[in-house]
Design a protein around this ligand. Structure first.
Ligand code: ZN
Length: 265
């Protein structure tokens, strides 16, 4: 089958479209990745073109050796992904040492955040916690970077107390990286370190990096976090005294009801 006929490709295109409707993808903002499973890989292998154009990674990601990663092409405008789609996505094969990649299908250059995706996909694989990442720029969660102290506990608590479903959609909380220059190894490492403990990471002043079993579930997590952030920001922006909240006890009961336990940090 051709890659563009595959379910994972169609799902990515669909959810990128939803992200654009949300206003999360100005200019070339955003990138996604999916570590292909065996079935997906075998279903599209005939569409691959193999070359010897291996590109070294700035640092080996041993845990991703021999994996195939479907991702977005650097500089692609998400609002325009449905046109010439096969030039705006690509599939990277990771070398047997995890130190290089080559494009086996699609556009010429993967996202500039490839290292962050590979390091995070590796950490997720190790703890059997999904194989997809959705990165976007939602305004409300980014705005909270300026208001809430930059630590995992403070951000997570602020989100849990803002929307009832937060306690069971992301009971582990949300990690925060602090400021890092986009596309750097420093950001990649900071993200991969946080994704070991949290399903999503706030890139301060930048965006959200959400993981999941599929592009759909990673998108859903980003959406839930952004909605909680929007409510928190509206409450804070109202200037009115806060006389009610979702208490810690209520958050814990909510999580427990659905079989989860809130992270205690
Ligand atoms: Zn970004």
């Amino acid at each position: 089958m051709k890659v563009i006929e595959s379910e994972f490709f169609k799902e990515a295109l669909r959810f990128i479209g939803y992200g654009c409707q949300m206003g999360w993808h100005e200019r070339n903002a955003g990138n996604i990745s999916l570590r292909l499973n065996k079935e997906e890989l075998e279903s599209v292998r005939d569409d691959f073109v193999l070359t010897d154009n291996w590109v070294s990674l700035p640092e080996a990601v041993v845990g991703m050796a021999n994996e195939f990663v479907f991702t977005t092409v650097s500089g692609s405008y998400f609002i325009d992904m449905q046109y010439n789609s096969s030039e705006k996505f690509c599939i990277c094969e990771i070398s047997n040492q995890g130190s290089a990649y080559r494009i086996v299908w699609g556009g010429k250059r993967p996202t500039s955040e490839l290292c962050g995706h590979l390091m995070s996909l590796s950490a997720m694989k190790q703890k059997n916690a999904g194989r997809a990442v959705y990165h976007c720029h939602p305004a409300n969660i980014v705005a909270l970077s300026y208001i809430i102290p930059q630590n995992d506990k403070e951000i997570s608590s602020a989100l849990w107390e803002s929307e009832t479903e937060g306690a069971f959609v992301f009971p582990q909380g949300v990690g925060v990286t602090g400021f890092h220059v986009p596309g750097t190894l420093e950001l990649a490492k900071a993200t991969a370190e946080k994704i070991k403990y949290y399903p999503a990471v706030l890139w301060s002043f930048h965006g959200i990096f959400a993981s999941g079993d599929s592009i759909a579930s990673a998108f859903g997590l980003a959406h839930a976090i952004e909605k909680a952030a929007e409510i928190k920001l509206k409450v804070l922006s109202s200037g009115l005294p806060i006389v009610n909240t979702i208490t810690k006890e209520q958050q814990e009961i909510t999580a427990k009801t659905y079989g989860f336990k809130l992270n205690e940090f």
